[in-house]
Design a protein around this ligand. Sequence first.
Ligand code: NAD
Ligand code: GLY
Length: 364
Amino acid sequence: MPATDTVRIQLPDDRDYEIRIGSGLLGEARSWQGLPKAAAAVIVSNDKVAPLYAERLRERLLAVYARVDLVVLPDGEQHKDWASLNRICDHLLGQALDRKTVLFALGGGVIGDMTGFAAAIYMRGVPFVQVPTTLLAQVDSSVGGKTAINHPLGKNMLGAFYQPERVIADLDTLDSLPDRELRAGLAEVIKYGPIADAAFLDWIEGNLDALLARDKAALAHAVRRSCEIKADVVGQDEREQGLRAILNFGHTIGHAIEAGLGYGQWLHGEAVACGMVLAADLSQRMGLMPAGFTQRLRSLIERAGLPVQPPRLGAERYLSLMRVDKKAEAGGIRFVLIETLGRAGLHAVPDERIVETLAAHGAV
Ligand code: NAD
Ligand code: GLY
């Protein structure tokens, strides 16, 4: 069994925190020590994850907090909304819980993003801890302090930057994750190679079968290296003034696919995977990457069982969906493009190039 890894995320104003990664963390005491003191803790989870892990977490937290409540929300991206956020706030206010109360987000990215947002706004901010239980949440959404809910007019459009006190990623929780969700998480793991670490891309190519087989040592390495890269980027650019945007490689087209098909049709990671193939193609068309790069990434994504063929939504629909992306500015839709293996940047791309890429992949 791999030992616990700790990745530190360094932020100004004494807001550094640790990401702890390992097997069996829900059952051991060490990872839960030293958290903010409070009269009460509240676990926020959903009706799929709570029956699996909430009692174990509650037992662990009762060693630290005199009172531990549980709020169970309906599962699903379609519930990442005001109604669910209100249910968390209703509980906190209904139980008259004070401004020291610590929230624990037990679940995937949906629960993590919503609980973080609730923590950011309840009494102008209470501490929270991320306990991610999907691969996607362990390698991406639980780290870095982006919190949000969706609005019918756009995904993650209402939210705040608000950092957790700690991230505790128990690899054993991935045992119960459906295959499709594991694959979706692998999309975000793959993302870190082209944007930040060419050697990591080689490693993923060589270890994909072990990752798909849920080999714990392989998963531990993938989660740790992903978190190191994300921690490094967020430490340099917490509020996405520039560099942090590279973490959105594949997301501009990915978000358009999610919104265009209706949230929940494709998983976020699936849409990002397909978006990365098209963004790789754009990187080539813009003269940044040599021929062969798109094919290399496409083969890896296909081997991971992720979609590489975008839905046929039509050029106009794609363009209009991409114009509402948070990265969009006057002067053309901006994409994260790969400049050389292991380095990425934001580039405004003319509509003609985008349409060429969409057409080359059967999207129009
Ligand atoms: P999710 O939270 O919907 O979880 C996926 C499914 O797996 C759900 O049905 C969930 O209940 C279930 N599940 C979770 N853990 C499980 C487990 N251990 N065993 C069995 N089932 C389990 O989706 P996700 O892929 O984790 O996260 C996607 C969300 O994250 C999106 O809303 C996306 O916008 C957001 N996100 C945020 C950031 C960020 O930086 N904040 C980054 C990437 C994605
Ligand atoms: N997932 C992109 C970010 O955290 O910035």
